[in-house]
Design a binder for this molecule. Structure first.
Ligand SMILES: [Mg+2]
Length: 209
């Protein structure tokens, strides 16, 4: 079976990267890491945070957004990303019996590939699919893989779950990333688990969940 993994918030902890970049761009911000993520996990957008807490005008927000997109995948911030503990062993184990993919909405394919390689994962995944913010995840998947309804997609956002539903495959939402359980429930994933480490893939394969 195919298993499609989202990258940020699913296989790797990117929360420091996003938080630190936010702090660097918003010089007046005194938000703690926990407070920032409490807001984000409740689906409060940067635009709402900036206008309600920091009095940003539309123009200031546009400038923030532009700088956010240009810096978010830079070396300086990407080095803050860390794979969740135990994830490499799990991926190696799964790759023995399943075909694994990464599907990410990153802007840069080459930078995403370089980072995957830096974690020693280059031989684990059949392919790393990068939308480059120009394609939808479900289109990328459709074009490369023969989809079966027993396949799984695992991700931390509503978009990941919607992607799985569009493809007619099974969906697992993880709480290790950018959304809370309450936020993810509305997308109706097949299962919600704390982290990818909780994937009981044998049970999933046998349809026992
Ligand atoms: Mg993600």
């Amino acid at each position: 079976m195919n298993i499609f993994f989202d990258l940020d918030g699913t296989l790797i902890d990117s929360r420091q990267r996003l938080y630190q970049l936010f702090q660097s761009l918003v010089s007046t911000s005194d938000l703690s890491f926990d407070k920032y993520w409490e807001l984000k996990r409740s689906k409060i957008s940067h635009k709402e945070i900036l206008s309600s807490k920091f009095n940003y005008s539309e123009e200031q927000y546009m400038d923030f957004e532009k700088r956010w997109m240009s810096e978010i995948e830079s070396e300086k911030w990407l080095k803050l990303d860390i794979p969740f503990e135990g994830i490499s062993d799990l991926l190696i184990h799964l790759s023995k019996n399943h075909v694994l993919f990464i599907v990410t909405a990153r802007q840069s394919e080459s930078i995403a590939l370089k980072q995957v390689k830096s974690f020693g994962w280059e031989n684990i995944f059949s392919k790393v699919l990068v939308t480059q913010q120009q394609q939808e995840k479900h289109d990328l998947i459709k074009n490369i893989a023969q989809i079966n309804r027993e396949d799984w997609i695992i991700g931390d956002t509503g978009k990941d779950i919607q992607t799985g539903k569009l493809l007619g495959i099974k969906t697992a939402a993880v709480l290790s990333g950018f959304l809370s359980k309450e936020s993810l429930l509305s997308y109706q994933p097949d299962i919600i688990i704390n982290t990818v480490l909780d994937l009981e893939i044998d049970k999933i394969t046998n349809g026992k969940l």
